[in-house]
Design a protein around this ligand. Sequence first.
Ligand SMILES: Cc1cc2nc3c(=O)[nH]c(=O)nc-3n(C[C@H](O)[C@H](O)[C@H](O)COP(=O)(O)O)c2cc1C
Length: 234
Amino acid sequence: MPESPFYTAVESRRTVRNFLPDPVPQEVLDRALDAARLAPSSSNLQPWEFVIIRDPKVRQAANAACLDQMPAKIAPVLIALVTHRDTWHRNRDEILRIFEARGPLRRSQETYYRRILPLVYITGPFGILGPLKRLFSRIGSLFRPTPNLMSRADIRVMAHKSTALAAATFMLAMRAEGYDTCPMEGFDPWRAKALLGLPRGAEVNMFLAVGKRSEKGVWWDRVLMPREWAVREL
Ligand SMILES: Cc1cc2nc3c(=O)[nH]c(=O)nc-3n(C[C@H](O)[C@H](O)[C@H](O)COP(=O)(O)O)c2cc1C
């Protein structure tokens, strides 16, 4: 890989499962969180929320929700990364507010955020419209390229995709700062949700253990699939 701070961060990022007790300075954490906020997201809706767990009692319960995995127990900082699939309305309004504060709304902005977005996101009570929208899209696709007018499950996938990109950006930013992370989806999703008091349309995307790697931090040498399994041309 070419020599650059970016590739150095990418290459040296590893999942770290054993941390030094050194605290993570707040300004380092803040810079990485602000980098993560720049991650791309579907329709720029930024459906994520990083919950930094400070309260020792909550932390203990969060460690347990993470099945008492070593990185959760030992990291100086534990973050629950939450994905929200129901904040689209609020966030859409915020996008429009910001656009409008910058000047007259463009027609494309108006059409996309006021007309197209609700078509995609509204699924009716109990998501009842979702399967119909999906079927409608599938039939349309037999005749011409048609976007998937999503069901609730599709929206959930979309929110998780965007949130995972914020996670990746955060992990690389922490590495660029000389710190390490362990992403964890090995946790009890029901207990995690209850612990954080999340509303219905929200769930934990992953936990992130954060700190400085100890000598025993990286458990295995990197294992990579053959390049041709990961990349192909058509
Ligand atoms: C979404 C996701 C969930 C993961 N969950 C866990 C986990 O619960 N516990 C754990 O020890 N590692 C977890 N990992 C770390 C992976 O095992 C690790 O990324 C993989 O083995 C590659 O190693 P590397 O990150 O050091 O390159 C997770 C990684 C991702 C991306």
